[in-house]
Design a protein around this ligand. Structure first.
Ligand SMILES: Cc1cc2nc3c(=O)[nH]c(=O)nc-3n(C[C@H](O)[C@H](O)[C@H](O)COP(=O)(O)OP(=O)(O)OC[C@H]3O[C@@H](n4cnc5c(N)ncnc54)[C@H](O)[C@@H]3O)c2cc1C
Length: 400
């Protein structure tokens, strides 16, 4: 039973706002320290976003976790937490719960079954250490009433706690409950917030490009995509409205509105040389030669139709260079992104310089902690964001 204080409100040691990946991990660890933990969420169910992860199979971590796989105004901040609670630590928890897993490319680790297994793991560990939950509960007001004393007023009651952990995530997928509450709490306590923006998100084409390229919807090709500062080599996927696929999602987290992308559609091919070699069959049309390298529909969209119909022997070497440039140095300026509606992550957030990288506690606000995606730490695609949720949640759980 929780202690009742004189105002008839419940007193907890730790209140965690957000029953997502980081909040549940923090609850488990604080609970192991015999702290009385309450997790509050406005959703009816805990871990709803977790269930969507990895297309329903949860890419829960990656064999190759490194600070370089994260974006933050303070690129060093994530190092301490990631080294104290590693991918191997989470893997051993997964093994303890006998969850069958498999590795996909780039060291990404998924459940063979479903994401629910990871959520069940977290809820079962929470149960073992007596974590309590108050779901479907709106936070109405938060006040700091003493040095280490917070009052959290909710639609379902009033709570006091020594440690308040903000684990409300980012803004992506508002339809399942993403909200800016974490940023508002930070601002209430004068903790700076870097402007959030959608990351790991598909691009949208400008109108003129959409008219030309929407017919390519469904085509996926290996490509090298760059915005001048960062580059990724993976598949891109043409959609009705723009570009998606792992390479496009990855670069989107680094992209600034108005920036041009450069895409190499044939990253391993010396196309000029290849075309010269094909001149041995001079009557073949350019389009049929290029179709050996790229889907026909893509060739048709990228190469002028009159040129595509010309036999190779009528095409000059300098035209070969132009064709190669078109396909290997394709420039496209997206109109924007699909935004938070489909973004997998939020870039920006609570300023890491205001937070201790060891404890996740705000430097200037004793007892106030921030973990997970609400912080200005965003991972690449591939299990990096969940590992950040586990690592930061674990660290706060040792100290909250
Ligand atoms: C479709 C999709 C797929 C993804 N797949 C992967 C993947 O496979 N691997 C990977 O590493 N990452 C993946 N991610 C990213 C990953 O899910 C997040 O980075 C991670 O869940 C962040 O954990 P968190 O605890 O910070 O926030 P969340 O898990 O989002 O949890 C935040 C919690 O706070 C609650 N909350 C929010 N506002 C309030 C409020 N006002 N009052 C009370 N409660 C509130 C929410 O209801 C939620 O339960 C994916 C994201 C999406 C959207």
């Amino acid at each position: 039973m929780s202690a009742k204080n004189k105002r008839g409100t419940e007193k907890k040691d730790v209140i965690i706002i957000g029953a997502g990946a980081s909040g549940l991990m923090c609850a488990i660890e604080a609970g192991k320290r015999q702290r009385k933990v309450l997790v509050i969420d406005h959703d009816k169910n805990p871990g709803r976003k977790l269930l969507m992860t990895g297309g329903g199979s949860c890419n829960f971590t990656n064999y190759h976790i490194h600070a370089d796989n994260y974006i933050s105004h303070n690129p060093h901040f994530c190092k301490s937490a990631l080294s104290r609670y590693t991918q191997w630590d989470f893997l051993s928890l997964v093994k303890k719960h006998h969850i069958a897993i498999h590795e996909r490319e780039h060291g990404q680790l998924f459940c063979i079954g479903s994401s629910r297994e990871i959520l069940n793991l977290l809820l079962s560990e929470c149960g073992e250490v007596g974590v309590s939950f108050q779901l479907n509960s709106k936070i109405e007001k938060i006040e700091k009433t003493g040095k280490r004393d917070f009052n959290v007023r909710t639609g379902q009651g009033n709570f006091f706690c020594e440690s308040l952990v903000v684990a409300t995530g980012g803004l992506s997928i508002p339809s399942i409950g993403a909200s800016p509450l974490g940023y508002k709490i930070a601002e209430q306590f004068q903790v700076k917030v870097w402007p959030p923006r959608a990351g790991l998100v598909p691009f949208t084409f400008q109108k003129k490009d959409r008219e030309k390229l929407s017919a390519l919807s469904g085509i996926s090709v290996d490509a090298l995509i760059s915005n001048g500062r960062q580059r990724f080599r993976e598949n891109i996927l043409f959609t009705h409205r723009g570009l998606s696929g792992p390479a496009a999602l990855q670069i989107s987290s680094y992209w600034q509105p108005g920036e041009e992308l450069t895409i190499d559609l044939l990253p391993d091919t010396d196309l000029v040389n290849e075309l010269k070699t094909h001149k041995q069959h001079p009557r073949r049309k350019l389009k049929s030669v290029l179709a050996e390298y790229l889907p026909k529909r893509l060739v048709a969209a990228m190469i002028q139709s009159d040129l595509a119909e010309i036999p190779l022997h009528m095409i000059s070497d300098s035209q070969f260079t132009e064709i190669s440039t078109q396909l290997r140095n394709w420039k496209i300026k997206p109109s924007g992104t699909e935004g938070y509606r489909t973004a997998e992550v939020t870039v920006g957030g609570v300023d890491c310089d205001a937070i201790s990288s060891k404890t996740m506690e705000a430097r200037e606000v004793e007892g106030l902690f921030f973990i997970g995606e609400v912080l200005d730490v965003s991972g690449w695609l591939g299990g990096y964001n969940l590992q950040w949720a586990w690592s930061s949640g674990w660290c706060a759980g040792q100290n909250a």
